[in-house]
Design a protein around this ligand. Structure first.
Ligand code: FES
Length: 72
């Protein structure tokens, strides 16, 4: 789905940029150019960034505590 029509940026591109190392809305804006023209996409872009960062953090948390981990 297109998030930013002015720059032609999709939610998939935003997610991919986060998986490749971007870690904030500011990073995404700098690397993909979202919200750099009319700005109407800013709210949705922030939502996609927040959602994806939460997914990444959840998956990293899963790696930090494998199934065999038992809290003492
Ligand atoms: S829709 Fe993203 S800057 Fe216009």
């Amino acid at each position: 789905m297109y998030v930013c029509l002015c720059e032609g940026v999709t939610d998939g591109q935003i997610r991919e940029a986060i998986y490749e190392g971007c870690c904030s809305y500011r990073d995404i804006r700098a690397s993909l150019g979202v919200a750099s023209q009319c700005g109407k996409c800013a709210c949705l872009a922030k939502h996609v960034v927040r959602e994806t960062l939460s997914e990444v953090q959840a998956s990293q948390g899963a790696l930090a505590y494998p199934e065999s981990f038992v809290a003492a």
